[in-house]
Design a protein around this ligand. Structure first.
Ligand code: HEC
Ligand code: HEC
Length: 407
């Protein structure tokens, strides 16, 4: 989003990790508490998921804009753009339609009449039905009066059951088709000097720090599934789930809420009774924990080779030195050079380091690493083989790939 003077560019990067630990402790105590349930090395013991909170959290994840319509409507004027976009263009930009929100007869009529797909009135009708994933709009006749964005914009897609881009929601799946940079670049309210930067971000990429430090170096939108038991969120392990949810809701989506992190030089405060984010973090957290990684399609890997690959992962290939616990992540952070990663993005974060990414649903979300530098799982393994001097044979590398594809 455009530079926000209230955030400022000064960041005290060297500031203590202690702050993160304190924040983690507060959020975890508030959000999770402790029990004596089983926990792997990378896990913290947590309360059971509360189904009622999780149901509220689902509603928030899908439909709550945290009051960010003030920014997306009054500042960016996204509503003016959306009013004129036909569904075909919206789908090309990677927006998704939740088929379950559209009465079947209406859906059939739209699909049967190709002119409906080139008519912006259809987009407005879909928005009025709350059927465009991640967009929350108020439609008044020919006009879109207000529009905001929700978490689902970037972290949901659909199963294409009806047509490409139209189907049932898949919450937690990264929307790698979403040209979010292009969409922002086209908003009438965006300062001219920022247009070309936003336009340069490929579909599936977003820079959640650009409006803080002015550097454009987008990262892949990650999955938001398979995070139950994963202690540290973000590629750079800045804090637990609720820390980052709070960051995104306030700093990126521009929801109405408070967020402060001295490590990043960010201190945004709203009066407590006007905070539309704070009370939603707990239900969101419970919902996020229900989002399991999607299992690999049947027959997509060889179970026998995967089992041999797992042995290598735990042993000779040294993967388990960093990828541990039920999430195959870990609570230690790693210097970029240790795993041969580009340090540029880590440098902009509060930690300066990378977290061992939790390995979940890998079959689903190529490319890999924060910067997409490995196109395939074979590239991932080749990267480690070379960087860690593992000396794996072609057969061993293939087995590791099968194992990764089974996660
Ligand atoms: C405009 C796109 C966008 C929106 C909207 C968005 N996110 Fe994200 N999200 C990202 C990107 C990009 C990252 C990667 C940032 C990083 O790791 O440095 C991310 C990271 C995350 C992570 C960490 C995943 C991991 O593996 O560590 C979680 C959890 C998350 N987002 C949840 C949310 C929630 C909850 C919301 C709504 C409050 C939300 N996001 C809204 C783009 C988005
Ligand atoms: C020294 C610690 C360390 C070791 C050893 C290690 N990893 Fe990683 N792994 C990381 C870090 C850190 C990242 C995040 C890098 C990034 O995003 O740039 C990562 C990311 C990944 C990813 C990307 C996941 C995604 O969703 O993008 C895969 C896959 C992976 N590692 C597999 C492996 C395999 C297989 C091995 C063993 C051959 C291995 N790792 C060894 C630390 C390690």
């Amino acid at each position: 989003m455009p530079s926000d003077p209230s955030i400022g560019h000064a960041r005290r990067r060297a500031a203590s990790l202690r702050h993160a630990a304190t924040y983690a402790a507060i959020v975890l105590v508030a959000a999770a508490g402790c029990d004596d349930g089983p926990a792997g090395p990378g896990d913290k013991k947590r309360d059971p998921i509360d189904p009622e909170l999780a149901a509220q959290g689902r509603q928030i994840f899908r439909h709550d804009d945290f009051g960010d319509a003030a920014f997306w409507t009054d500042t960016l004027r996204l509503h003016e753009l959306v009013e004129q976009v036909d569904p075909r263009t919206a789908l090309q930009l990677g927006l998704k339609v939740d088929a379950d929100a559209v009465p079947p007869a209406v859906l059939q009529a739209v699909l049967a009449d190709t002119s409906a797909l080139s008519d912006p009135a259809t987009t407005r009708a879909l928005l009025a039905l709350d059927a465009v994933v991640g967009l929350k709009a108020t439609v008044e006749g020919e006009r879109v009066a207000r529009i905001g964005v929700t978490c689902a914009l970037c972290h949901s897609t659909v199963d294409d059951a009806v047509a490409p881009g139209i189907g049932g929601r898949l919450d937690g799946w990264p929307n790698r088709d979403l040209a979010v940079g292009t969409i922002v670049s086209l908003t009438p309210g965006l300062p001219e000097e920022l247009r070309s930067t936003y336009a340069s971000w490929p579909a599936g990429w977003f820079d959640p720090r650009f409006n803080v430090d002015g550097i454009s170096d987008p990262v892949l939108i990650p999955p938001a599934y398979g995070l139950d038991g994963v202690e540290l969120e973000t590629y750079t392990g800045e804090g637990p789930v609720s820390y980052w949810n709070n960051y995104v809701a306030v700093v990126e989506m521009h929801g109405r809420g408070s967020f402060s992190d001295p490590r990043l030089g960010i201190d945004i405060q709203v009066p407590e009774d006007q905070d539309l984010v704070k009370d939603k973090l707990l239900p969101l957290f419970h919902y996020q924990r229900t989002l399991a990684a999607p299992p690999p399609p049947a027959g997509s890997f060889s179970a026998e080779a995967a089992a041999l690959g797992e042995e290598l992962f735990e042993g000779a290939a040294r993967c388990a030195e960093c990828h541990q616990g039920s999430g195959l992540s870990g609570d230690e952070l790693h210097a970029p050079a240790r795993t041969g990663m580009d340090p540029a993005y880590a440098r902009r974060s509060a930690t300066g380091l990378y977290r061992a990414t939790p390995l979940r649903g890998l079959w689903q979300h190529a490319p890999y690493f924060h910067d997409g530098s490995a196109a395939t799982l074979a590239d991932v393994v080749a990267h480690y083989d070379a960087h860690l001097n593992l000396g794996l044979t072609a057969e061993e590398r293939a087995r590791l790939v099968e194992y990764l594809g089974s996660l």
